[in-house]
Design a protein around this ligand. Sequence first.
Ligand code: HEC
Ligand code: HEC
Length: 484
Amino acid sequence: MADTGTGKWLPSYQGFPQAWGPHPRKRMLMTPLLVFLGGIFAFAVPTLVAAFFQLMFFNAPVSNNWAPLSASAIEGRKVFVANGCVYCHSGYTRPQDVRAGLLYLYPRISLPGDFVSNDSSPNLFGTARIGPDLSQDAGFHPDDWERAHFSDPRFVEPMSIMPSFAFFTDQQVEDLTTYLQVRAGKDGLLRYATELYAKKVQIIANGIEDPPIGFQGAKLTLNDVKDLAENGSNPPPGKIFGLEWPAPLNIFGVDRSYWLADNPLPVTKENLLRGRMVFQERCIGCHGDKGDAVSEAAKFLRPMPIDFTSADDAGGGDDTSAGMLYYRVLRGIQGTAMENFGTRLRVDDIWRVVLFLKTIPNGGLDPDKVPTTDMYIQWQPPDGLLELVKNMPIQKNVDFTEKSEPDDPFVLAARRFLAGFNNDDKFDLPGFGELSLAAARDGIKAIYNQLLDQGWNDYFTRGGSPSVPTSQRDILPAFRIDQR
Ligand code: HEC
Ligand code: HEC
């Protein structure tokens, strides 16, 4: 291997056997025409199969969940398109998107049959998800929340990046809200009907006015808000086991397991600080940066957000055990703008923010202080609640021979609203009537049917196609276990 530098040590290399003939002529065999036709062919076949054949031969059967849009919702849909909502909000969920859809607790995989009518053209599928998918947003918030959110999303969601739409007319706000509340098909109509029913009960039990429509609320001042909070409510007379309205409603809205529950976390400085951070990131929009419920959002919301500055309420309020506060943050309060944070906050952080709430009367939110353990106010069950628990024991009288989950979606929706009720509990709410699971079931069902009929009538009137057999209308909505 002495002369490796010359490469001579390699055997001489022959590319092909001597016996092979000469190379073919050096030119492309495909003519330009063939390239052109081949290109067209390669483009046309997939387009034909993936697009045109689908259009011609794929007639998706109308899904069980499909429900036509009302005339107002059609107007709202136009506002939605014209203002670019569709660029940030998609309108369908694929199986792999369903976890993202969990924001609403009731994700649903979209079916082709959800989007069949000519009202859905052009389809508002959208591609970007800068904001959450809105195909199942219906009934997640009441209308008053939507209005405050359109006016300025930061009013209700302090960290939101959604633009403000404060230039809308009142009519546009109402139509757009209707569109969002009815676009999710029957499942969404059931949730929206439950919100509407619960709102009626909340308004009467609190003795307050209906929320202002459109952007009317924006005309109020913060002083008006203060005044309304102090003098704007006139709850109905009468008591339930010694409790005045609306305390019983607040308690009946909470699963009994939480009625007397205390906070499982110790009152430490770390827990309180973390709780304060959560409060400042998520809650001050509505509950106010001083925790006194004087906020921009409060102008739009009825019932108004709760004032957390009262020591009496924190310490002895009939309906303010740590467990009950926790449940309301975890599940939201139906018929009010109080949001369901269960899918957005960790369970331990919810307990921490609830710990923190009970330092607010002693300056926990004071910008010059940090919350300390001696600011914490320990809640003691008041006599009124103990009396109620004597009559409505925490231990539910469950009959295990009975099927524990009824199929009727309206019963399930009623149970979601009045989570603290047993089947046979029944009270009179003056100015409203019977408050019970059976009455709530009937009330929710009536509103649901009204919403559905409105959509169907408007669909006929505008000659909507395809013509869907009316038997489709009678298929019940779904209320899934994860929605309860
Ligand atoms: C620049 C992107 C963007 C545009 C444009 C936009 N949004 Fe949003 N939207 C968001 C983001 C981000 C959120 C999540 C934060 C929040 O709740 O504000 C959101 C939240 C929402 C929610 C609340 C979802 C929920 O249940 O918590 C609704 C409803 C909504 N948008 C409707 C609309 C409508 C209607 C329009 C058009 C008028 C619109 N958005 C325009 C980004 C956008
Ligand atoms: C979109 C507005 C809004 C936001 C955001 C909001 N709340 Fe509320 N909250 C309300 C309203 C409105 C009520 C009053 C409901 C009622 O009167 O029954 C309420 C009630 C409550 C209650 C029940 C209080 C009681 O004494 O019965 C608790 C606890 C609560 N909120 C905690 C929170 C926490 C913690 C956050 C942040 C993680 C938060 N809220 C964010 C609007 C909001």
